[in-house]
Design a protein around this ligand. Structure first.
Ligand code: NAD
Length: 485
């Protein structure tokens, strides 16, 4: 059984243990301890106790420990990737990549946190020193979703720790296995610097969000829970960092490389069974190439291999749970009932016999008001709509409550220039969707989030900013009281 990890010790958790289910086999891969609010309280107390020592640790020592986290992740890459595949269903090759990228996040933030702790600014008078000083916030709660249990944790934990904060990590209910196993990756850090508490979102998660000693909530998950967290964080004016849902458009213009655009759309739509916050969720194609493009997408889709992610051949892996699959199917069937046409998929496949698969689905004849064009579809569904021109595509892409990612396929630099300025998305891709860069800030606009992970911006958010003014020469000022002496 994997246990909670608080102040460098393993605990069973105060609630009864829970099984962790492999979505490819529907079998339990093991059991985990389950935390309650009492355990969350212990974890916050541990992180609070560890904070003074961790923040004062000389930067070379702190960053050496973070490089050691990266080294241990790489040393255990295959085992961690396999565990990720067993609990998320995702393709094993992808998970190997995600362990490496997570290690890179620790190396990157260890390195850049050495560069600056603020800046010196011109002071009002000579003989004074004015500074912008960056200090850690204190205890940070990192609340993580089930689709990228390790990578999205690394994007929070690495900058938070590098800035000198201490952490309480809450993994998602479906995927606590790998995260609880990370105690062996963090066990060289001083006790309490990292604490891991599994448990329910509405109990353990909510307890962390409302705890007065938690100064920041770094959250990735659904927009609905993000909104609740932001409201609750308002009571104590906590810092929040929200990476939320998306409805990412992909625009294909007539001058684009059609083959590249079709392959990229299929990959971006069906990677991890469409359970990626930046999945391609709407495709707008210029009318003149709409038919050949749709045909090519269907052609590629129908040859995709559907099966368990542990087999490196399989391209479309299972969804996380039947409940999530039912929600996706409901959107697809509602679209069909309202007049959309299924060119591929739209059903639960007979094979593999076990596992929560959904056939990769291509829809045409979709109307903009349909849920499948408006709401996040967290599954392998690609709706394709024709547009007259680039301006219509851009307007429809922007007519969304979300603003996470967006892709344009074109070879026209003028259109690219207009698109990069006007598209309402935090992650803007041209001819190459879903590419993250550890040095490039990642995050959303509108209901897709607040704050940025990765890049220098992703470190900045884990500091409090102070303005420091120092009258070095100690001169009294003429405007101090009393004025009359
Ligand atoms: P979710 O919002 O249901 O849960 C996310 C985390 O929050 C889990 O750990 C959960 O236990 C916890 N939680 C739930 N209720 C809570 C509460 N009241 N208070 C505190 N914590 C609570 O999301 P999910 O189903 O795990 O993940 C899928 C969602 O995440 C999708 O909407 C997806 O778009 C989004 N996501 C966004 C990004 C991004 O970077 N923008 C990345 C991945 C996933």
């Amino acid at each position: 059984m994997r246990q909670l990890w608080i102040y460098g010790q393993s605990y069973a958790g105060s609630d009864r243990a829970r099984p962790v289910i492999d979505p490819a086999t529907e079998q339990a891969i093991g059991e985990v301890g389950w935390g309650t609010m009492e355990d969350a309280e212990q974890a916050v107390a541990a992180a609070k106790a560890a904070f003074p020592g961790w923040r004062k640790l000389p930067a070379p020592d702190r960053t050496a420990m973070l490089h050691e986290v990266a080294r241990k992740l790489r040393a255990n890459l295959e085992q961690i990737a396999t565990e990720l595949t067993l609990e998320t269903g995702r393709a094993i090759a992808k998970n190997c990549g995600y362990v490496e990228w997570s290690a890179q996040a620790f190396d990157y933030y260890a390195q850049i946190s050495r560069n600056t702790r603020g800046r010196v600014i011109p002071s009002p008078e000579a003989g004074q020193l004015s500074m912008v000083l960056k200090v850690p916030l204190g205890v940070v709660a990192a609340i993580v979703p089930w689709n990228y249990p390790l990578l999205l944790l690394a994007w929070k934990a690495a900058p938070a720790l590098a800035a000198g904060n201490t952490l309480v990590i809450k993994p998602a209910g479906f995927t606590p296995w790998t995260t609880l196993g990370l105690s062996r990756i963090f066990d060289h850090l001083p006790p309490g610097v990292v604490n891991i508490v599994s448990g329910s979102g509405s109990r353990v998660g909510d307890y962390l969000v409302t705890h007065p000693d938690v100064r920041m909530i770094a959250f990735t998950g659904s927009t609905e829970v993000g909104q609740q967290i932001m409201r609750k964080a308002a009571d104590d004016i906590k810092h929040v960092h929200l990476e939320l849902g998306g409805k990412d458009p992909l625009i294909v213009l007539a001058d684009a490389d059609l083959e590249a655009a079709a392959r990229a759309a299929v990959w971006g739509g069906f990677l991890n069974a469409g359970q990626v916050c930046t999945s391609v969720e709407r495709v707008y194609v210029e009318q003149s190439i709409y038919e050949p493009f749709s045909e090519r997408v269907v052609d590629i889709t129908q040859k995709l291999l559907v099966g368990p992610g542990i087999d490196p051949e399989n391209e479309v892996t299972p969804m996380i749970r039947p409940s999530e699959r039912a929600a996706v199917d409901q959107q697809v069937q509602a679209a069909v009932a309202a007049g959309a046409e299924l060119l591929s998929g739209g059903f639960i496949p007979d094979r593999p016999a076990k596992g929560y698969y959904y056939a990769p689905t291509v829809l045409v004849g979709v109307a903009e008001h349909m849920a499948v064009m408006q709401e996040e579809t967290f599954g392998p569904v690609l709706p394709i709509a024709p547009v007259q021109d680039f301006d219509e595509a851009l307007a429809r892409a922007n007519a969304s409550r979300y603003g996470l990612g967006a892709t344009l396929f074109t070879n026209d630099p003028k259109k690219v220039l207009q698109y990069m300025e006007e598209i309402e998305a935090g992650n803007v891709w041209i001819n190459d969707p879903l590419i993250d860069n550890v040095a490039g800030p990642f995050g959303g606009m509108k209901r897709s989030g607040l704050g940025r992970e990765l890049g220098e911006e992703g470190l900045e958010d884990f500091y409090e900013t102070k303005h420091v003014h120092w009258e070095v020469e100690g001169r009294m000022k003429s405007w101090w009281y009393p004025w009359t002496e």
